[in-house]
Design a protein around this ligand. Structure first.
Ligand code: DX5
Ligand code: ZN
Length: 217
């Protein structure tokens, strides 16, 4: 059964606490927090103050996906705000190894993220260091996009490397996840699925969280 991390990007910001507590009560395993700077991706979202505000209202693991340039500038502040895991894009900094070291030094789980067009060879040196790898299954920036089927082979290739070397990292997928696409990801080796619009654009978001689990049972 896959772990589910609802993305608050598609939540109702006027009722964020309600939407987060719904996810927790429905059996979500983490909360996915999409941070965008309008530079790395063509959209803006929110920052560390949102993480700090959410920290006291949920015991869910806060999984912060930083879609920002030179994320090493901010990882300390996200850790202080209460992040449990911080994800940084390999494409977003000249010093990805250092960025991941900074995250670990802050006592937080470290994740490297790869865009659809980025080959796995770009992260091979980082695999012994990270707690989680996020394979983007859409181009980052917006919720509600279509799943890129080609990414299933990439997930399988990463899982192959993981097994070969005995790495322990989780494999997360993000973008276009629903009860159909989640199964292919899970079968290829994904262990955590992010879902935004599939959960929050539904009349019964709690059921949707369960549906993702049932689809991978
Ligand atoms: C996209 C974000 C995703 C987004 C996923 O840039 O990283 O986390 O919220 O949304 P859905 O599940 O609607 O594709
Ligand atoms: Zn995300």
């Amino acid at each position: 059964m896959i772990k589910v991390a609802p993305s608050i990007l598609s939540a109702d910001f006027a009722n964020l606490q309600r939407d987060v507590q719904m996810a927790e009560n429905a059996g979500a395993d983490a909360l996915h927090i999409d941070v965008m700077d309008g530079q790395f991706v063509p959209n803006l979202s929110f920052g560390m103050s949102t993480v700090a505000d959410l920290r006291p209202v949920t015991s869910l693991m806060l999984d912060c996906h930083l879609m920002i340039m030179d994320p090493e500038r901010f990882v300390g502040q996200f850790a202080k705000a209460g992040a449990d895991l911080i994800g940084v894009h390999v494409e977003s900094t000249r010093h990805i190894y250092h960025a991941l070291q900074l995250i670990k030094d802050a006592g937080v789980k470290a994740e490297v993220v790869v865009n659809p067009g980025t080959p796995l060879s770009m992260i091979s040196e980082l695999l012994p260091l990270v707690d989680q790898v996020l394979i983007m299954t859409v181009n980052p920036g917006f919720g509600g996009q279509h799943f890129l089927d080609q990414m299933v082979a990439k997930i399988a290739a990463l899982n192959e490397l993981k097994q070969q070397h005995g790495y322990r990292f989780e494999i997360e997928v993000d973008g276009g996840i629903n009860d159909q696409t989640v199964k292919a990801c899970y079968d290829a080796g994904a262990t955590v699925a992010v879902a935004g619009s599939y959960v929050y654009d539904s009349a019964d978001p709690a059921q949707r969280i369960q549906d993702l689990k049932v689809a991978t049972n």
